[in-house]
Write a protein that binds this ligand. Sequence first.
Ligand code: NAD
Length: 260
Amino acid sequence: MNTTEFNTSGRVAGKVVLISGAAQGMGASHARVLAAAGARAVIGDLQQEAGTALARELNNSLGRTAAHFVKLDVTSFEDWTAAVGAAVDIFGKLDVLVNNAGIYTPGNVEEASIEDWNRTIDIDLTGTFLGMKAAVPALRRAQSSSIINVSSIAGLTGFKNRAAYAAAKWGVQGLTKTSAMDLGPDGIRVNSIHPGSVETPLTAGLKRGFGQVPAGRAAQAEEISSLVLYLASDESRFVSGAAIAIDGGETAGNNLRQDS
Ligand SMILES: NC(=O)c1ccc[n+]([C@@H]2O[C@H](COP(=O)([O-])OP(=O)(O)OC[C@H]3O[C@@H](n4cnc5c(N)ncnc54)[C@H](O)[C@@H]3O)[C@@H](O)[C@H]2O)c1
């Protein structure tokens, strides 16, 4: 599916968004869709070359300063502070934070290495906390602001062979609900999204069947971006503290049970 198939014009016009892990995969798709819908996007990632190229592509194709790349390691509070500062300095404010950067490590509690556990918690969970911590003062100053935390269906149900990843993604859900309560009075909405299987570089090497998915397939990144667009826009102004599955029905029930 192509982003131009969405009629997104103006849905986030004037909003400034900061997206972590936006140089490739779903984050890059979110940047494309939000910019096409009128936002100005700060693209944060470790990957300087790909991130800069994406910002250039968006600026050229949209004919305006629609995007700016910043080098961001989500485990560094200093980097986060600089990324929020760039949004405010270059675009004047920050309305939306998309905590998208994440890694996946496999293994149950016996097999997962302590190093993988620490790295996964650092990036997927602590990175989300640090992003919110750095962004909240600027978000509080905005008219109507939104934090979108990218969890996973592994943060909605039990998931075999993903001890560190599932713990981090469940942590993201808990942090989201708590923060929705804490930040609601400041006009900041906080929601988590829980994608199922999505075709991105992260999943390119994974062997997966789709019998457990009622839709029978993986999602394209743009299909997840349409939910991010809704949560970034004021159309979702009464949605906060929600954990939204976007998984082709995968967590609706046991799709493999064959009783007749
Ligand atoms: N692909 C899926 O099926 C799937 C399903 C559910 C949830 N998710 C989640 O969606 C998010 C995006 O996943 P994706 O599939 O697009 O992954 P991806 O690997 O294609 O992209 C992740 C991006 O994050 C960046 N990144 C990694 N570590 C970083 C760090 N420390 N600081 C800053 N950036 C960093 C990478 O450079 C990359 O650009 C992740 O949080 C992932 O856990 C993915």
